[in-house]
Design a protein around this ligand. Structure first.
Ligand code: SF4
Length: 183
């Protein structure tokens, strides 16, 4: 795909993430790339897409304070409305903050206690992340967290996320070291 896009002078941005269904059915994860497969995709990106490499995979590119956007300023500017008229934080996260059949959006925005809790989420809620060496390469998201455990708890991080972030960091550092040796 990368080669095809390059031939046409198009930018191609792969996304190797599959999230569980919003009803917490994890059956689709059977089709998720395992860590080795996902790392192969990232290796292909590093080898073939220097622009993407520079944006996403440069150690030091991300400020650790902003590396996990899902825990910074969450729900400060956006909300989603599903087909039932329920207000949810993310399209993939069935966490109902209010119901437009019973309330106005303004009421939900101003008074939803669930929303207020989400808006103050910070790294303090994720002690393991605070000293994590892999944070710059982490794609953790609250919706994915919530959908991947039976309780729907957004503060439980799937093991896969941490394993992939660690493997990505190791790959990127190794790739950068090889680049330095050849220059
Ligand atoms: S890799 Fe795991 S521990 Fe590290 S920042 Fe991501 S979710 Fe947190």
């Amino acid at each position: 795909m990368l080669s095809f896009a390059r031939e046409l002078n198009l930018r191609s941005v792969p996304d190797n993430i599959i999230m569980p269904q919003s009803n917490r059915n994890c059956g689709n994860l059977e089709y998720r790339l395992d860590i080795d497969e996902a790392i192969q995709v990232i290796q292909d990106i590093l080898d073939n897409d220097t622009a993407y490499d520079a944006e996403r995979f440069s150690p030091g590119y991300h400020n650790p304070d902003t590396a996990l956007p899902c825990v910074q300023n969450f729900c400060q500017n956006t909300l989603c409305i599903n087909a039932k008229g329920e207000v949810v934080p993310l399209p993939e996260w069935d966490h109902v903050l209010g119901d437009l059949k019973k309330q106005t959006l303004r009421d939900i925005w101003k008074n939803s206690s669930k929303l207020k809790r989400l808006q103050i989420i910070s790294l303090e809620d994720f002690p393991k992340c605070q000293s994590c060496h892999d944070i710059e390469f982490c794609g953790m998201s609250l919706g994915q967290n919530a959908n991947e455990n039976e309780a729907g708890d957004p503060f439980i991080i799937p093991k896969y996320i941490c394993e992939l972030a660690k493997a990505t960091r190791e790959l990127v550092h190794s790739h950068k070291n090889k680049q330095k040796e050849t220059t």
